[in-house]
Design a protein around this ligand. Structure first.
Ligand SMILES: [Fe+2]
Length: 293
């Protein structure tokens, strides 16, 4: 695999304070060293940031950070981009602003800004959730997963699977829409591509969702209670996915797109995995509420 894992998400926000409250009180993320009205870092582990919220005049996903193991892997990726004529840039000072050693930017076929990086700083203060979450599953599995509105689907799929060498875990056609679930490590999927445009009804703030995985089902239940108590709106009720077997709920973030909060997902063996067709997305639950709100 060229890419190790999902590293971070960068969000543009008209209300950084709302993200601080939502991120810490509801999700249980820990504020990082950037914590003011212009920029907020939120942490799920020992890393200095996992979600970056930047003040802006729009509420939407700004960039998706993909982590590589080291400088040589990034060099190899850039050589591939050059061979394939894929444009990349290394914006001045951006690596330092993200707390990483080096970073390059690419735009994917659907228009998402990707930041490929290595060498993120560890925050010496350690990790303690302000809401008492026992912990987030990261490490070898990365931050979690993102689900993208990936029209044009064929081009997006070729970019992630042929150029970036993400592995196909499973696939489905749901209500006529194609979905590919892709892995870069033992996490069942770090990325899902949905063959829909960004103006589809289930896309808000440019993203379909971000998933973070908690250590235990008790953590998920407590997070659901905090979200209800805070008056959050939900995109889907709690349920269990058929593919990664995650039990999760979907709470709407201040950017509009939901955050899937779950636990209990299976790990896969990325070397020996064979792709399967899995047409039914859920074992139980996950009633969609988003269209009603
Ligand atoms: Fe998900």
């Amino acid at each position: 695999m060229r890419v190790h894992s999902l590293g971070y998400l960068v969000v543009s926000s008209t209300d950084v304070a709302a993200w601080r409250t939502f991120g810490t009180d509801v999700l249980g993320l820990m504020p990082g060293r950037q914590d003011d009205e212009r920029e907020l870092w939120l942490r799920t582990d020992e890393r200095c940031q996992r979600v970056v919220v930047e003040a802006a005049d729009v509420d939407e996903v700004h960039a998706i950070g993909w982590e590589l193991c080291n400088d040589l892997d990034l060099e190899g990726l850039l050589a591939t981009f050059d061979e394939q004529g894929i444009a990349w840039e290394r914006p001045d000072g951006l690596a330092a602003r993200r707390g990483v050693e080096d970073l390059v930017r690419v735009t994917d076929p659907a228009g998402y800004v990707l930041e490929f990086f290595w060498g993120m700083q560890v925050d010496p203060s350690g990790f303690a959730s302000p809401a008492g979450v026992s912990g987030f599953v990261t490490g070898r599995s990365g931050l979690g997963h993102v689900v993208l509105a990936s029209a044009p689907f064929e081009e997006s799929d070729a970019f992630y699977r042929r150029t970036l060498e993400f592995g196909l875990t499973d696939f489905a056609v749901m209500d006529g829409v194609r979905a590919h679930f892709l892995h870069t490590n033992q996490r069942h999927h770090s990325l899902a591509l949905i063959g829909a445009p960004k103006d589809a009804w289930f896309v808000r703030g440019g993203l379909i969702h971000l998933m973070v995985q908690l250590n235990t089902l008790t953590d998920v239940g407590r997070a659901l209670g905090r979200a209800e108590a805070a008056g959050c709106s939900f995109f889907e009720t709690i349920g269990e996915h058929a593919n990664d077997r995650m039990t999760s709920f979907y709470v709407n973030s201040p950017a509009g797109f939901p955050i899937e909060v779950g636990a209990g997902a299976i790990d896969i063996d990325p070397e020996g995995w064979t792709a399967v067709n899995l047409p039914a997305p859920d074992e139980w639950g996950h009633k969609i509420l988003g269209a009603e709100q």
